[in-house]
Design a protein around this ligand. Structure first.
Ligand SMILES: NC(=O)c1ccc[n+]([C@@H]2O[C@H](COP(=O)([O-])OP(=O)(O)OC[C@H]3O[C@@H](n4cnc5c(N)ncnc54)[C@H](OP(=O)(O)O)[C@@H]3O)[C@@H](O)[C@H]2O)c1
Length: 260
């Protein structure tokens, strides 16, 4: 796929994640326009990616590019779609990164624009190790799908899934890192009190976390068998509480982000 220009509607965290991933593999296009309503957010993006052209309140300019990433939270999307409808080029590709807004609803708001994809990326895309499920609008030309998938796979794994599953992935794989990172940070801090330097603690924690995932994928054991490999479980008495915290927090949020 040729280097097509990028437009970002919303220049926040997920824009930085995706741009970081593309830059890391040398696949930044010559022309990138990022629009946001917040000047500080644009300044932060430009500090990291000086090649990006900032567009304050410039969704229409961003929408004239060849690949347009819709990188807004769901409540901001309706108005943004009204703004950009006239600016989208007939052969542009719109990639929505948001939950809740279905392909059908996006297309309807855009007057039937057919070339829409949804992707739920995750933060490891920054280092090209993301897990980013993708769903295409039915009207998206079938013969062009593999081409855009090949391009998106620069960011990591991009399984094609049925659209109804995207919000479940948002809960598990997009927000998933936030469930673990703070616990790793707490462990690193405890490592300090146990006599490890910060570097020693983080090195051990990262290796342990990678290994804990690797064993799930590669041992051939079931999750139950793996969890039984270590008999001393200092948090065992708290597990029920932690599991109920997961249920109490995640189930209502899933209901909220799921399309109605
Ligand atoms: N970050 C991730 O890892 C991740 C992963 C998967 C999916 N996503 C999805 O990606 C979308 C964006 O998330 P994010 O993490 O990038 O959030 P973010 O860091 O908050 O960035 C969103 C940006 O959009 C700006 N904005 C609000 N209304 C706008 C408008 N009408 N036009 C242009 N810009 C506007 C926001 O400004 P204000 O803050 O001033 O409102 C903010 O700077 C969300 O739907 C999220 O669910 C994110």
């Amino acid at each position: 796929m040729q280097q097509r220009s990028f437009g970002f509607i919303g220049a926040g965290r997920v824009a930085r994640i995706l741009l970081g991933g593309f830059r890391r593999v040398g696949r930044m296009p010559g022309n990138i326009v990022a629009a946001d309503t917040d000047q500080k957010v644009l300044e932060k993006l430009i500090a990291e990616f000086p090649e990006v052209t900032p567009a304050l309140n410039g969704n229409r300019v961003a929408a004239t590019q060849e690949i347009v990433f819709l990188a807004l939270h769901p409540p901001a999307i309706s108005q943004a779609l009204e703004e950009i409808e006239e600016s989208l080029q007939a052969d542009a590709i719109l990639i929505s990164l948001a939950p809740r807004w279905t392909l059908a609803r996006l297309a309807e708001k855009l007057g039937g624009f057919p070339r829409i994809t949804r992707m739920i990326p995750n933060a490891p895309s920054l280092v090209n190790d993301g897990f980013n499920p993708v769903a295409f609008a039915p009207a998206y030309p079938v013969k062009e799908r593999e081409e855009i998938l090949t391009f998106l796979r620069l960011l990591g794994e991009c399984p094609q899934v049925s659209e109804e599953k995207l919000e479940a992935y948002a809960m598990l794989t997009a927000m998933g890192p936030t469930y673990f990172w703070f616990q790793m940070e707490e462990l690193a801090s405890l490592g300090g009190t146990f006599g490890l330097s910060e570097e020693e603690a983080w090195r051990g924690i990262v290796a342990m976390t990678e290994g804990s995932a690797y064993i799930l994928r590669n041992s051939g054991l079931s999750p139950e068998q793996i969890m039984d490999l270590v008999p001393v479980k200092p948090l065992a008495e708290d597990e029920d509480v932690i599991r109920s915290i997961y249920r109490n927090r995640l189930e209502p949020l899933f209901r909220k982000i799921r399309p109605q």
